[in-house]
Design a protein around this ligand. Structure first.
Ligand code: SAH
Length: 368
């Protein structure tokens, strides 16, 4: 498809902009990702080598196994409740849950206590997850479109690369205040970012101190608190939650709205519906929201530090000792990808944060 032939979603977006004026970034992102007919997650298989990007569980089984062992330790810290609801937000292909349940085999009492809930908005991906987990017959697995459908009580919640896919809002600092950014149509008849005319009333008061004095031209991004509130509330009352994603530990200004297609960066406005749109996760904002609803916050720490503390190097050595030459080097490559600190590696770019009930004062990976 070329620029001359807009995608069906671009045609719809242009129609709406013509009627209502520029469309806020959050609305544009939500349409591009979740439109039931033309949205990216509704109609494409984004993951894996043939897709647009590779996530940590797809890099190596070690990732899901260690998250599984993290869940076992969290469960022990909770007093080994039975039943315990294990909730995964946005499971993608279901690979992480598969590996978590594999690791849980080493602790049969934990596996027996588990009720697994996969929260997935895309029906296509739900189907993909069912295929991945088809062999799991001794654990109850349930799929839901929203978290509200999960029974109350003790819960362990995990989310990998879930928040980066949630729509962001952007605001730009202008001389008369902060203006929400939106997608309009420029003089060349292209979709383009612009700032809405009126400043957002009272915006400055809610901003983190470090951002309030940002110079004109700065961009600040935020997400709706809907998911973080629900996750943190459940963790605070009766459980624990682990969130892993790429982003920054401290709130700051910067434009991180990005598009990835076939492993390459693209313009977020190009080919709406066919391109994956994401933005960095503001871990300070997550921590602030979690504390507000009474959760204890652990971290954030870099993914590399987190995985090393959980023993990923030992796990890699064990896998290598058992493997043939070729597999040995692929384990080494995967390990470097997951914990390395280079710009194409995940170890420093990605962070982990956990929430729990106040009485749980330590969780694995978050203490030296
Ligand atoms: N955790 C997976 C996939 C990450 S991609 C991995 O690491 O490989 C983001 C996932 O979240 C997709 O499965 C997407 O369909 C799902 N998702 C995004 N927004 C959602 C929402 N509002 N409710 C439920 N699932 C959502």
């Amino acid at each position: 498809m070329t620029d001359e032939q807009p995608t069906p979603l671009e045609t719809e977006i242009r129609r709406r902009i013509a009627g209502d004026g520029p469309m806020p970034v959050a609305e544009f992102m939500a349409l591009c990702l979740y439109d039931p007919d033309h949205g990216y997650y509704s109609r494409r298989m984004p993951f894996g080598a043939a897709g647009d990007f590779v996530t940590a569980p797809e890099v190596s089984q070690m990732f899901g196994e260690l998250v599984g062992l993290w869940a076992v330790t969290a469960w022990r810290a909770m007093g080994e409740p039975n039943p315990v609801q294990l909730i995964e937000m946005g499971p993608g292909r279901g690979t992480m849950m598969f590996d978590m349940l594999l690791a849980a085999r080493t602790v049969p009492e934990f596996r027996k206590a588990l009720r697994v809930h996969l929260i997935e908005k895309s029906l296509d991906l739900q189907m993909r997850q069912r295929q991945t987990l088809a062999g799991v017959t001794d654990v109850v697995l349930r799929w839901h479109g929203t978290m509200e459908e999960v029974p109350s009580g003790h819960a362990i919640i995990v989310a990998n690369e879930f928040f980066d896919a949630l729509p962001i809002h952007q605001a730009e600092r202008c001389s008369d205040g902060w203006h929400e950014r939106a997608i309009g149509i420029n003089a060349g008849d292209q979709l383009a970012l612009t700032a809405l005319d009126k400043p957002i009333a009272g915006f400055e008061a809610d901003l983190p101190r470090s951002v309030r004095k940002a110079p004109v031209g700065s961009i600040f991004e935020w997400r709706s608190g809907e998911f973080i509130d629900k996750i943190a509330r459940r963790a605070a009352s009766d459980g624990a939650a682990l969130i892993i994603d790429y982003g920054h530990a401290a709130s700051s200004v910067g434009d991180t709205f990005q598009a990835v297609r076939s492993h390459r960066y693209a313009s977020p406005m190009a080919l709406p519906g066919l391109t994956d749109l994401t933005a960095h996760v503001d871990f300070e904002a997550l921590a602030r929201a979690a504390r507000k609803v009474g959760a204890r916050v652990h971290g954030p720490v870099d993914q590399g530090t987190f995985l090393k503390r959980l023993g990923i190097e030992t796990r890699a050595a064990t896998l290598q000792a058992r493997a043939a030459e070729e597999k040995r080097s692929s384990v080494a490559v995967a390990l470097a990808r997951l914990i390395g600190t280079g710009s194409s590696e995940m170890g420093a770019l990605f962070k982990a944060i956990a929430f729990s009930a106040q009485r749980i004062d330590a969780l694995p990976g978050f203490v030296a």
